[in-house]
Design a protein around this ligand. Structure first.
Ligand code: SAH
Ligand code: SF4
Ligand code: F3S
Length: 515
């Protein structure tokens, strides 16, 4: 099926097809067909088969489109979003564009956005305000908004009304259409909007320009079907679909052969990996990790795990260690069974603790980190206290903590909420004090210890110092030769801080031999 047919099908599938689309808003601005997002459509999870495509190619008519032009992409979201930026950079380069680090120099600027919380969105609207000035100075500049915010109807409406100097909006399922979208934007005086709300495809051979040669991201699955009641991601990223294991294994092998030292397997809920691969009998994340650990690459990580599907086989495989890192990020969100129920996380406090017990029993040296939301609608003080007590009971080393942010279209956004913002802020502060204390405690254990550090480069704050991460993802700053960059070296820790360690390099290892 070619791109046009695919687009047509997509539109036919949608109950909200262009001519039926809630047009009052859009028609004021357009007299041409566009594909705008629909959260209602995005919620439908069809049974249609996942199409695996390997036929991405830059069509003749677009070759050389980028000659003499430069692109700049700013990324706001998670690792998945960062990795999408690498793919879009790959497409730009294939079209002949050159990258630039400066917005002033760019002929095309893309904002690759995140919709997970309101402040992520506000940053983007703020940036659009700044870019308006540049756009007025340089009318030839193309300005695009892509990523998760583009999948939200309200955001697209707001851009159409308030930021109508934007040239293109495209969604997370439309990245491979970037050449066509750019082409349309050059040709059209109107904003080009192409956002498919449902997508069941996996496109394998998109070009990528990876940021760096030391650590690489590898998607293992796309989308999320969990629909936690607060979360926008299942609407912005589509249904769960796994890549074929052979494609993943080949990509990791390829990275290893290029000298990469670490891969992070990506998915919104990596523990659901394989559920949709019906022809492979029960091949799940544990099986994938068991296959990947045999590849000659020093470090393998994965993110993000959902506690619900974290099965015994996965624990068993992770316990084999080797290049499978002993750090597990396992978002708990709340320590209260009642709140977890309202969040639709589908586990209780006790089940989470039981899972942690099993993980610790199998991997005694494991480092555990988590994500927590405070101030969920109607969260009581007692329920919040349960989060604090669970945090201590697990002994998390650190956490990402958030105040609940209502997301339009999600069930939680409809809930009455009796918790005032000052109470939410106070809870966040109390939780953060515990997180800081625990992180400092965890760091103290490293005093005078020798750790293995994958050296990523010069420290951001001090070019005389090198920086890298331990197997448990602890940041280490130390003095050492630049030749250590890209290698795993031994460092003796001389000072511990709340969020990082300082040390001295004691030995330089050769990187793992590449076969
Ligand atoms: N797929 C991952 C997380 C994706 S979002 C997972 O399930 O773990 C990353 C984190 O953002 C979540 O773990 C959650 O803690 C937080 N988050 C998501 N939606 C949020 C919202 N509406 N308000 C506040 N925090 C939110
Ligand atoms: Fe959001 Fe829940 Fe899916 Fe994570 S598992 S992306 S929190 S819906
Ligand atoms: Fe944000 Fe989308 Fe990632 S909402 S967290 S960029 S999946």
């Amino acid at each position: 099926m070619n791109e046009e047919q695919r687009l047509e099908n997509q539109q036919v599938e949608s109950t909200n097809s262009p001519d039926k689309k809630s047009t009052e808003d859009y028609s004021k601005y357009f007299d041409k067909v566009m594909t705008a997002p629909s959260l209602k459509d995005a919620k439908q999870r069809g049974k249609e088969e996942v199409k695996y495509q390997n036929d991405f190619a830059i069509s003749e008519e677009f070759r050389g489109m980028g000659e003499g032009r430069k692109f700049y992409i700013r990324t706001y979201g998670c690792q998945m979003n960062e990795h999408d930026t690498e793919v879009m950079a790959g497409i730009f380069m294939a079209l002949g564009y050159e990258p630039t680090e400066s917005v002033e120099d760019a002929n095309v600027i893309l904002l690759n956005t995140c919709a997970v919380r309101e402040n992520a969105e506000n940053k983007v609207f703020g940036e659009l305000g700044h870019l308006k000035v540049l756009k007025l100075e340089k009318p030839d500049l193309l300005l695009g908004v892509c990523g998760c915010m583009s999948q939200e109807e309200s955001v697209v409406n707001k851009i159409l009304k308030t930021y109508n100097f934007v040239d293109m909006i495209f969604g997370t399922h439309n990245i491979h259409r970037l050449p066509n979208i750019l082409h349309d934007a050059y040709m059209s005086k109107e904003m080009v909007v192409e956002v498919w709300s449902k997508e069941g495809d996996v496109i394998e051979n998109l070009p990528k320009v990876r940021r760096g040669k030391i650590k690489g991201w590898v998607n293992i699955m796309y989308g999320c079907d969990k629909f936690c009641t607060y979360c926008i991601v299942p609407y912005t990223r589509g249904k769960e679909r796994s890549r074929r294991p052979e494609e993943i294994i080949q990509e990791v092998r390829h990275l290893a052969a290029q000298g990469f030292q670490e891969v992070t397997l990506l998915g919104q809920n990596v523990n659901a990996y394989g559920k949709d691969l019906e022809d492979l009998f029960n091949y799940r994340l544990g099986d994938l990790m068991d296959d990947l650990r045999k590849i000659d690459i020093p470090r393998i990580r994965f993110t993000t795990s959902h506690p619900r599907d974290f099965d015994d086989h996965l624990i068993e495989v992770l316990a084999k260690g080797g290049n499978l890192m002993n750090h597990i990020h396992l978002p708990v969100q709340s320590g209260s069974t009642e709140v977890l129920k309202i969040m639709a996380r589908k586990y209780t406090r006790e089940q989470y603790l039981e899972l942690i017990r099993k993980i610790k029993a199998a991997i005694p040296d494991v480092s555990l980190t988590t994500d927590i939301i405070v101030g969920y609608p109607n969260e009581t003080d007692e329920q919040f206290e349960e989060t604090l007590s669970l945090y201590k009971e697990v002994g998390f080393e650190t956490a990402y903590t958030f105040i609940y942010s209502p997301r339009e279209g999600t069930p939680a956004a409809e809930m009455q909420d009796n918790v005032p913002m000052n109470v939410k802020k106070d809870r966040l502060q109390r939780l953060n004090s515990l997180v800081n204390e625990s992180s400092a405690e965890a760091m103290k254990k490293y005093q005078d210890q020798i750790v293995e550090v994958l050296v990523e480069g010069e420290s951001k704050n001090n070019p005389d110092v090198l920086a890298g991460y331990t197997s448990k993802s602890k940041l280490v700053n130390f003095k050492g030769p630049n030749s250590a960059i890209g290698k795993i070296v031994k460092v003796k820790i001389t000072q511990t801080k709340t969020w990082s360690l300082n040390g001295e390099m004691i030995e330089q290892q050769e990187p793992v031999e590449v076969k």
